[in-house]
Design a protein around this ligand. Structure first.
Ligand code: NI
Length: 186
């Protein structure tokens, strides 16, 4: 796939996600939810320049669409019709609501077993989510989010050394700002 095709695919997936998430906001803010989606895709595209994230023609649209099944009425089948079965199944494996009964362990195992692309997206998702903490979160919630990030690192970090390092750095920064540096945020 040429880079022009990838740019077209980015915009197609971005528009699809923007329509699907319309009206939804990022947690604890009035920013559109797709702000998060674009940050994840950005992290992934930079990672693709530095490391093997799998096939960018799969991983990039799947990154933009990664919350569409979990958070909107779009089904895996509907996604497959527009973006193909591989992108759709990548998004499906990242959708917590499709893991029944749900456990973090089963969820992370399913992602690791699915593909390098799925694991890279989950790592990028958490790296970007550690950029800041929602203002509504208590110290306890921020601390548990940090612990959950350590679980993601342990479960998926081996799949990509570059993203392992990015997540490790993002966690250290988050901990010092939002867990240890609690006084500013109470
Ligand atoms: Ni996400």
């Amino acid at each position: 796939m040429t880079s022009t095709d990838l740019q077209h695919l980015y915009n197609k997936a971005w528009l699809f996600a923007s329509h699907a998430h319309v009206g939804q906001m990022m947690k604890g803010s009035n920013l559109p939810y797709t702000t998060h989606v674009a940050m994840v895709a950005n992290e992934l595209i930079f990672a693709a320049r530095e490391s093997d994230i799998g096939d960018l023609a799969i991983a990039m649209p799947a990154a933009l669409l990664h919350d569409v099944i979990e958070d909107t009425a779009i089904s895996e089948e509907a996604l497959a019709e527009v973006f193909g079965a591989v992108v759709a199944s990548t998004v499906a494996c990242l959708s917590k609501n499709l893991i029944v009964p749900f456990s973090d362990e089963r969820y992370f195992q399913a992602i690791a077993a699915h593909s390098r692309e799925a694991a890279a997206i989950k790592l990028c998702d958490r790296i970007t989510n550690l950029q800041s903490a929602p203002s509504t979160w208590s110290l306890e919630k921020r601390a548990s989010y940090y612990e959950e990030s350590a679980q993601i690192l342990a479960a998926l970090g081996h799949t990509n050394e570059y993203l392992n390092r990015r997540l490790t750095d993002a966690m250290a920064r988050y901990k010092s700002l939002y867990v240890d540096g609690q006084r500013e945020h109470i």
